[in-house]
Design a protein around this ligand. Structure first.
Ligand code: UDP
Ligand code: MG
Length: 322
């Protein structure tokens, strides 16, 4: 069976690039339909994330001109990740495989075909991974590397040099949508889903036009979101620092008492030093203990699925989770 492909494109104030993007993506879709790689019902879903420019008008006229282009307009700016989820939730209704890609076409669309071939070959999730970041600024390259290292050391599995350019099968996209948390850090969640995955490599281009919608402020808050929605290790650190301070307190106590009995201490200094260090470490340890419970509450509240069944054999009958 020839699969139906959906391409989800989040767009925020992209009037400078959108027209070109629409042309290029529909060309790709057409040529793949001709090669009988994907079905005639394949569609592109442009999600307008509350743009303030003419982005929606461009999407609207594209959607009226061709059935292949669909438009979804969010009522306000909900952010890249939520715009992606909005597009996915619509695409999942009609598509067997869904690719998400940025509107600025920094990610090479010529590997879409390879992604689809891998999907047809039985892979559920195909990650687009940047081979080179030659066109990114020195700062963007290194901040991205640092972010990746911090994320991984804090326990969130992310794929290095992969952003949100990926193909997901219908069933893996449905699993992604079953994560109900508000603060969704998609590129951290997807690897936890499981299923068969693969990678295609590509070179990242410079933005065609317009400017990045991720200024430093948004990038930092994105990074903090990513870390705090995956890890309660920062809380554990408070506890460890508390214990460390308690150990330091012991050696300071030794020094203070030696000075006191050696007659080298000012009146009041000894008791002040001892209580200052001891109480501080007690406070940190207590905060760490409370934090441990808060962390548990946080994990429970997110209500993530505990497992995802891929297939089962029951009474001799094989069931594949579609
Ligand atoms: N985007 C969005 N909502 C936002 C910010 C960005 O939908 O609030 C979209 C944007 O239109 C683009 C994608 O997210 O399609 C990635 O943004 P951008 O290319 O500016 O990020 P960069 O490549 O600089 O990291
Ligand atoms: Mg970009």
């Amino acid at each position: 069976m020839i699969p139906t492909l959906g391409i989800v494109v989040p767009c925020y104030n992209e009037q400078e690039v959108l027209q070109t993007t629409i042309e290029q993506l529909s060309q790709i879709i057409d040529s793949m339909i001709q090669k009988e790689l994907i079905s005639e019902k394949s569609r592109i879903f442009y999600v307008d994330d509350g743009s303030k420019d003419t982005t929606w008008q461009i999407i609207e006229s594209a959607a009226q001109a061709s059935k292949k282009a669909n438009g979804i307009k969010l009522a306000g700016n909900s952010g890249h990740q939520n715009a992606l989820i909005a597009g996915l939730s619509v695409a999942v209704e009609s598509c067997d495989a869904i690719i998400s890609i940025d509107a600025d076409l920094q990610d090479d669309i010529s590997v879409i075909e390879e992604m689809v071939r891998k999907f047809t070959g039985g892979v559920d999730i195909v990650y687009g991974v940047r081979q080179s970041r030659a066109t990114d600024t020195y700062f963007k390259k290194n901040s991205a590397l640092l972010f990746y290292k911090i994320m991984n050391s804090l326990g969130a599995k992310t794929i290095y040099n992969h952003a949100d350019y990926r193909l997901m099968s219908n069933r893996s996209a449905r699993q992604l949508l079953s994560f109900r948390e508000r603060n969704l850090f998609i590129r951290g969640i997807v690897p936890t889903i499981g299923y068969k995955t693969d990678i295609v490599y590509y070179d990242r281009h410079a933005r065609m036009a317009g400017e990045s919608k991720y200024p430093l402020k948004k990038m930092i808050s994105f990074a903090i979101d990513g870390i705090t929605s995956f890890s309660i290790r920062p809380i554990r650190m408070i506890f460890s620092i508390g214990i460390l301070m308690l150990i330091v307190t012991l050696s300071i106590a030794l020094y203070v008492l030696i000075s006191y009995f050696g007659g080298k201490a000012w009146p009041g200094w000894t008791s002040l030093m001892l209580s200052l260090w001891f109480i501080s470490s007690l406070i940190l340890i207590s905060l760490g203990i409370i934090g441990e419970y808060v962390g548990k509450i946080y994990i429970e509240v997110k209500d993530r699925p505990r497992f995802i069944i891929e297939k089962s054999i029951i009474d001799g009958q094989e069931n594949i989770n579609k």
